[in-house]
Design a protein around this ligand. Structure first.
Ligand code: HEC
Ligand code: HEC
Length: 433
């Protein structure tokens, strides 16, 4: 992160963050050795029990049959952790059929081993499963020690991407994420893996995410479209891969909707072009950014605290936790209310803190283009909102130039903090005309 270091003479917070990552990784490694043997066969992906409980509460009908039938369909289309399949023949067009590479999938899946030519097999179980779990549910054996928790890929929601808030990440986003990790969290940078291995893991993440989101949507469709209750209403409306029934049409429809999202994301990067400034123009831009940060339109200060110091008091959760707590009208801190979900495999809901931006550690990357997208799109799955982009200043949103001022402010924040320590407070100067 050379750019950050230029602005941030205090490299201490960053190295502390690195230390924590390493520590967590160690814990993960120890736990993994004891709880999930890397070399054992895993017969089945576990069904999504937490989501079926959630559905039963929101729809007020039993969801066991929907869960079981969905699980059966998902298994026949997507295979098992040892023998994954990509359901090409069910997909509407060649682009979607080619979204993941079957050979990569089988290399990333299965037990850990090496072939004679040195090819690594079982990459996901070797490098990821301790945190992300066999099904990519984010609840692997080392997950409870992490804050934030590892991602549950099954929602199909990703935070650190170049596309619009509601869109999937591009393949490049995932490749870059695996290479750089998520600084300041347990998610490691896999710098030592060969490019081929990274590509295989990327396909496997897409596979697990599509598989998991398909399972969730299929359970919901069983209840909402096919009128599942204790069981399917009749044979015609049963979730099945036997072609020609109403149930199989729903399967096809739901599957294609999920995969299409991934297909479309590949060309939907949010454009952003940075103009480098130096000297006085840079200083002025940073000061304008400071005002915008603390001003009423962006109101970044409301969550991030003065100067982005992370000391504003907010209590909120991310969407992964909200789904089985606040959105069901349940208090995340009420142990009795959470017990059925915890038993089904859910992690204990933990509040998400607006970041201390003075540390200069940006999880999604510190490039100006990346920070620009963070501001215009917010962070998917979290309370961090998107600001409205407007053509002319109108009190309702920020112009492109204003967003770049904010970006320059963010990149200068640690340095700004230094200046206020030495008595020359940037925000005071910002008040001058
Ligand atoms: C030590 C635990 C740990 C290990 C091992 C780990 N991860 Fe993660 N991973 C995390 C955490 C924690 C996050 C959440 C970071 C956040 O929310 O900012 C995460 C997030 C992710 C994300 C989501 C990023 C986004 O944009 O939302 C992906 C994809 C991912 N990990 C893939 C992998 C893959 C593939 C591997 C194995 C090669 C792996 N991870 C290994 C802890 C881990
Ligand atoms: C409603 C509360 C809220 C508001 C308003 C808000 N943020 Fe955030 N912000 C968050 C939370 C929560 C996170 C942490 C999300 C995470 O990492 O999961 C965050 C994270 C960030 C990050 C870290 C990104 C990274 O890559 O690590 C940046 C930068 C940021 N916010 C900038 C801003 C700016 C600039 C504004 C004003 C335009 C703003 N925020 C307004 C809640 C908020």
């Amino acid at each position: 992160m050379p750019v950050i270091l230029r602005f941030n003479p205090l490299s201490e917070p960053y190295s502390m963050a690195r230390y924590t990552v390493r520590q967590l990784y160690l814990i993960a490694a120890i736990l993994s050795a004891s709880s999930i043997g890397c070399d054992v066969a895993v017969d089945q992906f576990p069904a999504n029990e937490v989501f079926s409980l959630t559905l039963a509460r929101t729809r007020s009908v039993p969801a066991d049959a929907a869960r079981n039938d969905a699980n059966e369909v998902v298994t026949s289309l997507f295979g098992t952790p040892d023998e994954p399949q990509w359901p090409s023949e069910w997909l509407d067009n060649e682009g979607l059929a080619g979204l993941v590479n079957a050979e990569y999938l089988s290399r990333a899946a299965g037990a850990v081993s090496s072939e004679e030519d040195g090819t690594h097999l079982g990459l996901f179980r070797e490098h990821c499963v301790t945190c992300h779990g066999v099904a990519g549910d984010g609840a692997g054996p080392a997950s409870a020690t992490q804050n934030p928790y590892p991602r549950d890929f099954r929602h199909g929601v990703f935070k650190w991407k170049s596309t619009e808030r509601g869109d999937k990440p591009t393949r490049d986003d995932l490749v870059s994420l695996l290479k750089h990790g998520v600084p300041g969290t347990g998610m490691p940078a896999f710098t030592l893996l060969a490019n081929d291995d990274i590509e295989a893991l990327t396909d496997y993440v897409i596979y697990l995410s599509v598989r998991g989101e398909f399972e969730r949507r299929l359970m919901a469709a069983a209840i909402d479209q096919l009128d599942y209750e204790e069981s399917a209403p009749d044979e015609e409306a049963k979730l099945t891969v036997e072609q020609g029934t109403e149930g199989s049409e729903v399967v096809r429809d739901v599957l294609n909707r999920v995969v299409r999202g991934w297909g479309q994301a590949q060309a939907s990067e949010v454009p952003s072009t940075y103009r480098e400034l130096e000297g006085e123009p840079l200083r002025e831009s940073v000061l304008r950014g400071d005002k915008i940060f603390h001003g009423p339109i962006a109101n970044c200060v409301g969550c991030h605290g003065p100067g982005g110091n992370g000391q504003a008091v907010t209590l909120d959760y991310d969407d992964w936790a909200k789904e089985y707590s606040t959105r069901l009208g349940l208090d995340p801190n009420d142990r009795d209310a959470m017990r059925p979900f915890r038993k089904a495999g859910a992690l204990r809901p933990r509040p998400v803190q607006p970041r201390n931006l003075q540390l200069g550690v940006f999880r999604g990357g510190s490039e100006p283009e990346t920070l620009y997208r963070r501001i215009t799109e917010g962070i998917a799955g979290t309370p961090m909102p998107a600001v409205a982009v407007v053509e002319e200043p109108n009190g309702l949103g920020l112009t492109d130039d204003q967003i770049w001022d904010l970006v320059r402010y963010l990149r200068a924040a640690p340095a700004a903090d230094q200046r206020s320590v030495s008595g020359k407070n940037v925000s005071d100067e910002g008040e001058q005309p």
